[in-house]
Design a protein around this ligand. Structure first.
Ligand SMILES: [Zn+2]
Length: 57
């Protein structure tokens, strides 16, 4: 399955066996998404609210 990152519009590959609640990460920008829904037409992601590690900006 595939989704599009809302941050950088990169394609995010979601494993076919992913489940709702699973965390996936954009390979391009590192934004974490939670699988919100899986339907026949695709996968819906929402941004994970998890505490991010501070990369030392
Ligand atoms: Zn991204």
């Amino acid at each position: 399955m595939e989704a599009v990152c809302s941050e950088c519009e990169a394609k995010i590959i979601v494993p076919d066996d992913a489940i709702v609640g699973e965390i996936v990460e954009c390979a391009e920008c590192g934004t974490e998404y939670e699988v919100a829904a899986i339907t026949e037409v695709g996968v819906t992601l929402k941004k994970a609210e998890a505490v991010k590690e501070d990369w030392g900006e």
